[in-house]
Design a binder for this molecule. Structure first.
Ligand SMILES: NC(=O)c1ccc[n+]([C@@H]2O[C@H](COP(=O)([O-])OP(=O)(O)OC[C@H]3O[C@@H](n4cnc5c(N)ncnc54)[C@H](O)[C@@H]3O)[C@@H](O)[C@H]2O)c1
Length: 364
């Protein structure tokens, strides 16, 4: 008998395994520091390695079990050498998004002191924005794992961009609320709708729903950007943006670009939130080029762990979980500030374990 919050832990493949272990250690330390009860973890086997061994991409009953617990934490899934017969990769996490309607993909992008700025302009030090990526439909509605592509023999393949009113209304409401929460913490309170409404009916519909919801949030400034112009502006003046909302494929691409602006994928945290279930994972993959070498930067995963604590706080009404999330964010900032965090990803001398240990020392 336990009243601990229960987390489905899916370490997955490659560096996913190392960064998951790092996250569990740091989350545990932050909870202890702030006087919160520890979480209990239930590991679920899934991924390309598991598929190679068993022919299944997730353990039997794994999807159901994951959704029954209080949150899901995932390391990374996929190995380029392990594929289905159609050439696509093992991706059960896309099914989890679909089954549990994890429409709100929250991807914070924040410049930390002394972490590499890829832009020469000193204003890049002030980058602090969130990409809100719809994560169940858009062009990923057709993702191979769902078997929905229209495959016409070996001559033609059609994928579908699906935008529904139900999901888009929820997404935009989530975006406005996120901008409001950030405004309460001192950010500008601005939401930019990123689309391609000039060309695609689906995208004009996406923008129309944005315009329907905006009047309910008069305290939030709104803006519009076509996705191609957004790519330009993310390089020219990313410091001018706060929250940006977009369909799945645009968010997939722009969140990698944005992650690059503040260092690399090792800084790219991610929350995927639905009505009932929340899944937290770094935005990066299994990084086969560095796996098994203690070279991965665990911060994207650890900051995703902080997002998980924020989510659990909101779900349970236990505000001390937010304190634990803030303790992690502050430890990361302080580590960069004091140059005791120097990830190899940025040319530093610290691998996964050394970065994790610095945070554990700070949270002790
Ligand atoms: N959500 C997921 O689980 C997810 C996301 C993307 C890719 N993938 C899978 O991961 C595998 C590799 O894909 P990829 O190479 O396109 O993307 P990737 O994110 O794994 O790697 C891209 C580049 O970033 C580097 N990198 C990524 N995370 C890092 C970290 N934490 N620290 C230091 N460097 C890091 C890698 O070394 C590599 O050079 C593929 O099988 C792909 O399908 C899974």
């Amino acid at each position: 008998m336990t009243d601990k919050l229960r987390i489905a832990l899916i370490p997955g493949d490659g560096i996913g395994i190392d960064v998951s272990a790092a996250t569990v250690a740091v989350v545990d330390a932050a909870l202890a520091k702030t006087g919160c009860a520890p979480l209990s973890y239930e590991t679920i086997q899934a991924g390309a390695g598991y598929f190679k061994e068993t022919g299944h991409d997730i353990e039997p009953g794994g999807e159901t079990r994951a959704g029954e617990l209080d949150a899901i934490f995932l390391g990374a899934i996929g190995l380029p050498a392990v594929r289905h017969a159609d050439g696509t990769e093992i991706a059960p996490h896309l099914r989890l998004r679909d089954i549990y309607g994890l429409y709100a993909g929250v991807r914070p992008v924040k410049a930390y002191p002394n972490a590499p700025q890829r832009l020469a302009d000193p204003r890049a030090a002030g980058i602090d924005m969130v990409i809100l990526r719809e994560s169940t439909e858009g062009l990923f509605y057709s993702a191979a794992v769902h078997g929905r592509a229209d495959i016409r023999g070996d001559d033609e393949v059609r994928d579908t961009m699906r935008i529904t009113r139900a999901t888009t209304e929820k997404l935009h409401r989530f975006g406005f609320k996120l901008a409001e929460r950030r405004k309460a913490r001192g950010r500008p309170g601005k939401l930019t709708c990123v689309d391609k409404a000039n060309v695609f009916a689906s995208m004009a519909f996406f923008r129309k729903i944005f315009d329907e919801i905006a009047p309910n949030h008069p305290n939030i400034e709104t803006g519009y950007s076509y996705v191609d112009a957004m790519a330009l502006d993310l390089i020219r003046k990313p410091w001018e943006f706060d929250v940006m909302v977009m369909e799945n494929m645009f968010g997939d691409i722009l969140s990698d670009l944005a992650g690059g602006l503040v260092g690399g994928m090792g800084m790219a945290a991610c929350a995927e939130i639905g009505d009932e279930v929340g899944l937290f994972q770094p935005a990066h993959g299994s990084a086969p080029d560095i796996m098994g070498q203690d070279k991965a930067n665990p911060l994207a995963a650890i900051l995703s762990g902080a997002l998980m604590l924020d989510y659990l706080s909101e779900q349970t009404g236990n505000a001390t979980l937010t304190d634990a999330a803030e303790a992690i964010e502050n430890a990361v900032s302080a580590g960069f500030e004091a140059k005791t965090i120097r990830p190899m990803e940025f040319g530093g001398d610290m691998g996964t374990k050394a970065v994790t240990n610095d945070l554990l020392d700070r949270l002790a």
